[in-house]
Structures are given as structure tokens and as C-alpha cells.
Design a protein around this ligand. Structure first.
Ligand SMILES: N=CN[C@@H](CCC(=O)O)C(=O)O
Ligand SMILES: [Zn+2]
Length: 404
């Protein structure tokens, strides 16, 4: 297998503790990879030989981003709903029905084309691992086809039959929960690794604590691992449920009680749920940002993700989320980068990604700047190039950053 030596790295972020605490950063660094793994990292002066060499001319190299929360398979958009919010309307989840109708009406080719378009956007901004949820079909056939399409884009697929009660079941919520825990789950489980539920207090939207428990327990029984949307619209039962049921991640966490933070902190000592924060949602819905500082100081593992969807955050950009986390949520540039790489990997229980230790997948990106700090400092700085596992030796060289 061809090996590649990347040199000219002003700053390499590895998350390898042998390179020091924090991000495990090496200055004036080099990295050797093949198609499957990181083989070596360290100072350029002691780099081993490789079959080919790429010089990134004084740029920073970081692990590829791990976006652990997206809804990429849908049709239509909700620009008018967004416009109304910008003039004062509150987000309450009601617009999800618009996307459900558009998605049900779209054929597979259209959904796949839209998913591929958004995935290409994510990749161009440095995301190398992505999770994709269903949740805009909410019939047995539609949820299964959304997951079949998502599976062609990523192995990290999530059954979100518990997104909202679809309009045709408005008068009989229990019947919908029965469907989502019965025939719909049976049709979807073969195409999904994860199950998720949008859990809020009964008075707000989505599924209450009892309904969410029923949906999550059935999914776990079917062999799916769990994640939960919680605390997006108000404090609710979702965090406690995620902790109790051993979910990998609890996402949004915009409104947390003291008990929620305590429960997450206590569970963190035993690999409890990661708190996945989605600052693009607060930006796009004009909501208060989650208290990242409080979670970090309590010892909770924090991830950052885009939540790319047509309603609450129509963005695929992890660098933008990092900039928001630093500017608006009090995270340091190092904490934000860690949350967008290692944090996302933990939220997906993926020990092979989100870092560049020897043996990791060779998923990395070249920032068009000398330091990772520029992701927040020079918000909007482009990702000059990225590699993903299996693509290191045949990707075309980037004209702006390589001298091969
Ligand atoms: N909270 C629920 N689901 C999405 C929004 C879905 C939509 O509005 O279309 C979210 O994560 O924000
Ligand atoms: Zn979401």
C-alpha cells in the first residue's frame, strides 16, 4: 500500500497524549499515512521516508471533523419559516410537517441527490465522519427508504421515527407510538445503527418522557444504540432518560436543569452520554446558547455538531459551529476543536476517528492557516484540503496548498 508523508505542517493536532496534554499538538510537524491508518506523527526533522511526499506549506493539519448530528435526507426548504423567525416568530417544531410533506412527495433519486449535495458540502468543510437521521418520512415505507438512502452516504444512520407525531396521527398519538415501536421499527432497524427521539415536555412538542421511553426501549430491544434530542425547547425529561438508558449522546442541551447537569456529570465518570451542542440551531432560531462552560467545568464530554436540517439550522459547516462555540458559548478554540473531532467521535462511539494517533483512520484536514486557532479567530477560514480513509493515494492534489 502506498505511504504518504505530509510535511510543511506548521501545527499538527493529534489528540495524542504522547505529544503533550490538551490537543497533543506538534509544531513544524509531519505525518505519515497510508489508505487505512495513521502510521507516524512527530517533528518533521525525524520523519521517516514514505512512497510520496506532500508539502502543505506552513498550514495546520487537524483530525477530520466528526459531525454526529445531521438530518441530511429531506426535500424542500423552509426559507419563509426562517424569515418569519428573523422577524420575531418562535421556533416550536411545527414546520417539521412541511418537510415531511415535501419528503414524502419526493422520489428516491431526488432525496439521494439532495443528500449527496449536502454531504459534498460537509466534506469540503472538513467533515470526514457524519451521522444521518431519518425522521422526515414517518410512514413505514418512507422511514425505511430514508434510512436506505442514508446508508449509502454513511454507516452512522439513525432511525428517528420518534421525531414528531405526523399530522395523520394527531388524534391518536398512542397509535403512532405503536407504529413506531412495531412495524416501522422492524422495517428500519436493518438499515440503522442508532435510534433517536425528540423528547420535550408534553406541553411543548414532540414526545413526552413516557412516550420517549417506550420508543427508546423498543429500539434498544431491536438492537439499536440510543441517542436523544433533549432540552431544545425547554427543560424536560430527556436528559435523565438518556442517562438512565445508557444513550451515547444527548443533543441540544439548550435548557438544562441543575439536576440534568449533575446527572450528566455523574454519568460521565462511567462513559455516560456526551452532551452534543448544536450552536447553529441557536443562531438560526434566535435562541439562547447552551451553557457549554458549565458542562465542561462539571466534567461532561461535549461534542459540537451542525444539526444540518431545513428547519433549525440549514448549514453544513463545522468550522462555523466552532466559531460560534468560541464567540458565543465561552469555549476556548482548543475545547471547540476537541468537541468537533474527539467529542463527536465519542458521541458516535467511534474510537477510530476524531484523532490522529497511530492506528487511527487517516481522516484529516488541512486548514488554510498556520494554526487551528484561526478556525475561530478568522471565522470562515477555508479548509484547504481533506483526506479520508481509503482516499489518500488517489485524491487529486489541491492546487492551492501542495507542491508535489
Ligand atoms: N428537534 C428536532 N429536530 C430538528 C429540527 C427539525 C426541523 O425543524 O425540521 C433539530 O434537531 O433541530
Ligand atoms: Zn436534530
Amino acid at each position: 500500500m502506498t505511504t504518504t508523508l505530509v510535511t510543511g505542517i506548521a501545527e499538527l493536532v493529534t489528540h495524542d497524549p504522547t505529544h503533550g496534554p490538551g490537543l497533543g499538538t506538534v509544531e513544524n510537524a509531519a505525518i505519515v499515512v497510508d489508505d487505512d491508518a495513521v502510521l507516524w506523527t512527530g517533528p518533521a526533522t525525524s520523519a521517516p521516508a514514505a512512497d510520496r511526499r506532500i508539502d502543505v506549506a506552513g498550514r495546520a493539519v487537524i483530525p477530520g471533523f466528526v459531525d454526529s448530528h445531521t438530518h441530511l435526507v429531506f426535500a424542500g426548504d423552509r426559507a419563509r419559516e426562517f424569515e418569519a423567525r428573523m422577524t420575531g416568530e418562535r421556533y416550536d417544531g411545527g414546520g417539521i410537517a412541511t418537510t415531511i410533506a415535501a419528503t414524502r412527495a419526493a422520489d428516491d433519486a431526488r432525496l439521494m441527490a439532495n443528500g449527496r449535495r449536502l454531504l459534498a458540502e460537509l466534506r469540503a468543510q472538513g467533515t470526514t465522519t457524519v451521522e444521518i437521521k431519518s425522521g422526515y418520512g414517518l410512514t413505514v415505507a418512507d422511514e425505511a427508504r430514508l434510512l436506505r438512502i442514508a446508508r449509502e452516504l454513511t454507516p452512522e444512520t439513525t432511525f428517528l421515527g420518534g421525531h414528531v407525531v405526523p399530522p395523520e396521527f394527531a388524534a391518536d398519538r398512542a397509535a403512532y407510538v405503536e407504529l413506531a415501536t412495531g412495524p416501522m421499527l422492524d422495517a428500519c432497524a436493518p438499515h440503522a445503527r442508532w435510534a433517536d427521539v425528540f423528547c420535550e415536555p408534553r406541553s411543548l412538542a414532540a414526545f413526552d418522557g413516557d412516550e420517549s421511553r417506550t420508543i427508546l426501549e423498543a429500539a434498544a430491544h431491536a438492537g439499536l444504540e440510543l441517542r436523544v434530542h433533549a432540552g431544545q425547547l425547554g427543560p424536560g425529561p430527556g436528559v435523565a432518560l438518556a442517562v438512565e438508558l445508557g444513550a451515547a449522546s444527548v443533543d441540544h442541551c439548550t435548557f438544562l436543569t441543575d439536576d440534568d447537569v449533575d446527572a450528566l456529570a455523574a454519568a460521565a465518570r462511567d462513559s455516560g452520554p456526551v452532551a452534543t451542542l448544536l450552536p447553529g440551531v441557536e443562531f438560526s432560531t434566535r435562541s439562547p446558547y447552551p451553557d457549554a462552560r458549565r458542562l465542561l467545568d462539571a466534567g461532561v464530554t461535549v461534542a459540537l455538531a451542525t444539526d444540518c436540517n431545513p428547519g433549525t439550522c440549514y448549514s453544513t459547516s463545522m468550522p462555523w459551529c466552532i466559531a460560534l462555540a468560541v464567540h458565543e458559548m465561552g469555549m476556548t478554540p482548543a475545547e471547540a476543536l476537541g468537541a468537533a473531532t474527539l467529542g463527536g467521535a465519542q458521541a458516535l462511539r467511534r474510537p477510530d476517528v476524531g484523532h490522529l494517533r497511530v492506528g487511527a483512520r487517516p481522516d484529516l484536514c488541512v486548514v488554510d492557516a498556520p494554526s487551528y486557532r484561526h478556525l475561530a479567530y478568522r471565522a470562515g477560514v477555508p479548509i484547504a484540503r481533506h483526506w479520508r480513509s481509503g482516499q489518500t493515494s488517489h485524491e487529486a492534489p489541491c492546487p492551492t496548498c501542495t507542491r508535489q
